[in-house]
Design a protein around this ligand. Sequence first.
Ligand SMILES: [Zn+2]
Length: 168
Amino acid sequence: MRETLVLNASFEPLSTVTLNRAVVLVLQDKAVVEQAHPELRMRGAAVDIPAPRVIRLCRYVRVPFRRRAPWSRRGVLVRDRHRCAYCGRRATTVDHVVPRSHGGQDTWLNTVASCAEDNHRKADRTPEQAGMPLLREPFEPTPADAMLLSLGGDEFAALPDWLGMDAA
Ligand SMILES: [Zn+2]
């Protein structure tokens, strides 16, 4: 997978993202292309642009310097791509793996996206007590994810499947 370097609005290097994510940021007017691959183009139904090698954010972001994304409910839903950790269907709520009533905290490793039904069914129990195993373990977002989260929106969940890459 090709990576694109992301610069802050102040031109400082921040992170790398996949080529597809870089193109999404450019198409959403959140970044501009500073340097493109000379022989690669990204092509889709309504898109034909040079593949970005370096992009620069239009807005200055500060989160990446903390290296860790601050926890938020929205962040958990975005990290889990709005998929329920118990059944895989669309999730609209955030569940505490170890319930708050058992001392569970608002942390990346203790929270997962959940559909309202499973959240209600699990109630104040651990996955073991409820007999509801997690389909995947919760994880801490990477610095690149933290940067994308700080830009707002769901762009690190919504990768365009319509983009293809061609040699120009
Ligand atoms: Zn569910």
